[in-house]
Structures are given as structure tokens and as C-alpha cells.
Design a protein around this ligand. Sequence first.
Ligand SMILES: *[C@@H]1O[C@H](CO)[C@@H](O)[C@H](O)[C@H]1NC(C)=O
Ligand SMILES: *[C@@H]1O[C@H](CO)[C@@H](O)[C@H](O)[C@H]1NC(C)=O
Ligand SMILES: *[C@@H]1O[C@H](CO)[C@@H](O)[C@H](O)[C@H]1NC(C)=O
Ligand SMILES: *[C@@H]1O[C@H](CO)[C@@H](O)[C@H](O)[C@H]1NC(C)=O
Ligand SMILES: *[C@@H]1O[C@H](CO)[C@@H](O)[C@H](O)[C@H]1NC(C)=O
Ligand SMILES: *[C@@H]1O[C@H](CO)[C@@H](O)[C@H](O)[C@H]1NC(C)=O
Length: 371
Amino acid sequence: MWFFVRSSVLMLMLSCSIVVEHNGTSEATTKIKQTVSSIRNDLRNRVGNRTRLQSNKTHGLQPGDPSSVRFLVFGDWGGIPFYPYSTVIQRRTAKRMASFASRKEVQFILALGDNFYFTGVRDVDDRRFQRTFEEVYSDGSMRIPWYVIAGNHDHDGNVSAQIAYSKVSNRWIFPDYYYSQTFEIPGTDNDTLDVFMLDTVLICGKTDGSEDDQPNPQTRSKNYSKQFRWLIAELEKSKAKYILVAGHYPIYSACSHGTTDCLVSEMVPILQKYKVNAYLAGHDHDLQHIRPDLGAGNWTVEYFVSGATNFINPSLIHKRTLPKDSLRFAWASLFSYGGFSYMEVGKQKMTMQMYSTAGILLHEHDMPPRF
Ligand SMILES: *[C@@H]1O[C@H](CO)[C@@H](O)[C@H](O)[C@H]1NC(C)=O
Ligand SMILES: *[C@@H]1O[C@H](CO)[C@@H](O)[C@H](O)[C@H]1NC(C)=O
Ligand SMILES: *[C@@H]1O[C@H](CO)[C@@H](O)[C@H](O)[C@H]1NC(C)=O
Ligand SMILES: *[C@@H]1O[C@H](CO)[C@@H](O)[C@H](O)[C@H]1NC(C)=O
Ligand SMILES: *[C@@H]1O[C@H](CO)[C@@H](O)[C@H](O)[C@H]1NC(C)=O
Ligand SMILES: *[C@@H]1O[C@H](CO)[C@@H](O)[C@H](O)[C@H]1NC(C)=O
């Protein structure tokens, strides 16, 4: 929230400077410009290099490979609980993702929780479904399946109502607290991508919403181990070329909420054992790629965080707590409107790309099939 207020003040100042410029009072303009620039530098010093990360404008936007599975990944998109029920960042990201989805012919979306800030929805008729979801993502290219899971903020409301909304909207797919989905990779001999959508709030408990807080184990589901048993049984059966596991809480994170200890101890061994390609999460409001190096001979699981579609938080306060040298990429710029992730899964490789809402490719990583 602190960053949000601060960035709004900055935006105000920036727009002031533009107005003054138009009026031609150059002395005032210079002064305001200097002030803005000094605040900007001050912020850069505090949050490190992140706002200056090398962009790749030359990349352009190629159409998606038609013989691939193509989808967007993002969490933490859920607006605000008062008028206009969406943030500027959410609306801008929605617009960019819509044009992006149209160019790439994106087939579906993985929506990783915190769908409705700050306390979820009341019931299936809650107007937030219209205001924060339908009206914001109204473009045709976003009228594709949304595979949804709940975040901690959704658990402060009625998650069964979000599950029930699957019967109201034909793009909202939320069959249960946790579920899996198989996608066939076109142009292959039945090669598939398996995606496991988990409810990590049931597994680890709720957080009180403050910075730095671990989920409270008192509030974890009493039968959370049933979800683990289900995941293990499904992974055991899976013949997929690629496997993604997704949950709202990150396993590792450098940002303000940090690593989720409960998942490190209980989930990491499972991901390693069953050669999961990557774990996808939201919860922290930035883009991250974390990759602990377990040495040659050990399977590498990639950890991605994509939670910058509604709020932005450039903190790197938990960087020290990550496995040594594991932070490959982190980005959250207060001078942006956030960002999102895109994945393309083909016969030879699975690619993760992270984009800013300005449409700049910030980070890219290829992953090999499991076998
Ligand atoms: C800033 O980025 C440069 C180049 O990527 C790196 O060498 C330097 O260590 C970074 N500085 C900080 C404070 O992170
Ligand atoms: C930009 O991205 C493309 C595609 O990933 C890559 O081939 C190119 O080398 C990149 N250019 C720069 C300047 O990083
Ligand atoms: C949750 O939503 C469902 C569907 O609208 C409704 O039947 C149920 O009563 C709600 N639960 C609570 C506790 O309000
Ligand atoms: C792919 O699946 C179809 C339908 O289930 C089956 O008939 C075919 O034999 C499979 N192909 C291979 C190479 O496994
Ligand atoms: C846990 O058990 C309750 C009651 O037995 C059931 O309603 C709920 O679906 C179960 N939750 C999970 C995550 O299995
Ligand atoms: C694989 O990882 C485990 C756990 O971190 C470690 O004990 C083991 O030495 C690693 N194996 C190799 C071949 O590096």
C-alpha cells in the first residue's frame, strides 16, 4: 500500500510537469523535472537496478508458433473493493494482454489467485464478478478459458461462490479448490502438458496480509494432506512431456512476502522427484525467476512469480533468504503499469517470457521436456 500511495504521488507530480510544460513556463518545468528526477534517483538507489533493467524493444512481437500451446500466467489481478473496482494498473495490463493475446493467439489463461481484493466475493451474485472481472477483461481475445485458483484474499470471502461462478460464466473454469488440466501439444504424437492447479492457502494457511508474514498453520485445512496425496498420485500417473504446478503462494520469493517455508519443506521434494518443469505463483507483486542450482545430475525446477497485474511492489527484502545465487531475474518498476507472463509449449521446448505492460520483453527462459 505504501508503494501504491507513493507511486500515485509521483504520477501526480509527473503529470503536473507535463501540464506545466504545455503552458510553457520553462523555469517551473525545470524545477519540477529536477525534483521528479531526484525522487526517481532516490528510489532507484533504494530498490536497486530494477527500474533500469535492460529492455529488449528490438524483439518485436512475433505471432505465436501455431504448433504450440500458448497461455498467459498472472495472479493478484483482483482490483479494489470500491469504485471503480479496478486499478489503473489492472486496466492497463488488461489492455496490453488483450492485444498481446490477439497477436499470439493465446488459448487460455492461468489466473493464480487474489482474484478479488481484499476479501473475495460474498456470493455468486456478487457484482465484483462484473466490475473486477467481466468488464475489465472484456476484449474478445481475453474471452478464452480462465483456469482459476483462489488466493489468500479470496479465502477471506466465499471461495465456493467463485467455484459456483463456473456455471455462470463460460470462460471461468474453477471446478474445485484444486484440479488438473491436460493440454495436447499440436503436431506431436499425443505429447501433453499437464498443469496442476493447487490451493496453497488450504495447504499452508492464511496470512494476515502484512509484509513478511508466513501463512498461519492454525488456519490450514485440516485435511490438507489429502491435497498432497492427490498431487502425488496424479504426478505418479502423468505421462506428460511437460508438467507445471501452480499455486497462489510462491515457494521461493525475494519480494516482500518472501519464501513460503511450509512449501519449501513439503512441496520442493515432490517437484524434484517427479521432474516438474516449473512452479508458478503470484502473491508477491512483481515478476521473478528463481532457480536453485542443485548440481549436475539433479533435476532443475524453475520457480516463477507473476503477480504484477494490479499492484506493484519493487521490494527485494528477502533476496538474502533465497538459495545461493538462485535469483535469475526480478522486476517491478514503479514507473510502469506492471507486467505479466506468457508461456509457449512446443515439441522441443517450453518457453517462459515476462513482459512489462509497455510490451517490452524483460526476461525469457527455455525449459527442456521431462524426457
Ligand atoms: C546493477 O546491475 C549491474 C549490471 O547488471 C551489476 O553489475 C550491479 O552489481 C548491479 N548493482 C546492484 C546494486 O544490484
Ligand atoms: C532481443 O530478443 C531477441 C529474441 O529473444 C534476441 O534474439 C536478441 O538478441 C535480443 N536483443 C537484445 C539487444 O537483447
Ligand atoms: C457462498 O456462496 C454460495 C453461492 O452463492 C452460497 O450458496 C453460500 O450461501 C455462500 N456462503 C456464505 C457463507 O455466504
Ligand atoms: C494418440 O492418441 C490416439 C487417440 O487416443 C491414438 O489412437 C493414437 O494411437 C495415439 N498415438 C500415439 C503415437 O500414441
Ligand atoms: C476437507 O474435508 C471437508 C469435510 O470432510 C470437505 O468438505 C473438504 O472438501 C475437504 N477439503 C479438501 C481440500 O480435501
Ligand atoms: C542433489 O540435491 C541433493 C539435495 O540438495 C543433494 O544432497 C545432492 O548432493 C545433489 N546431487 C548432486 C549429484 O549434485
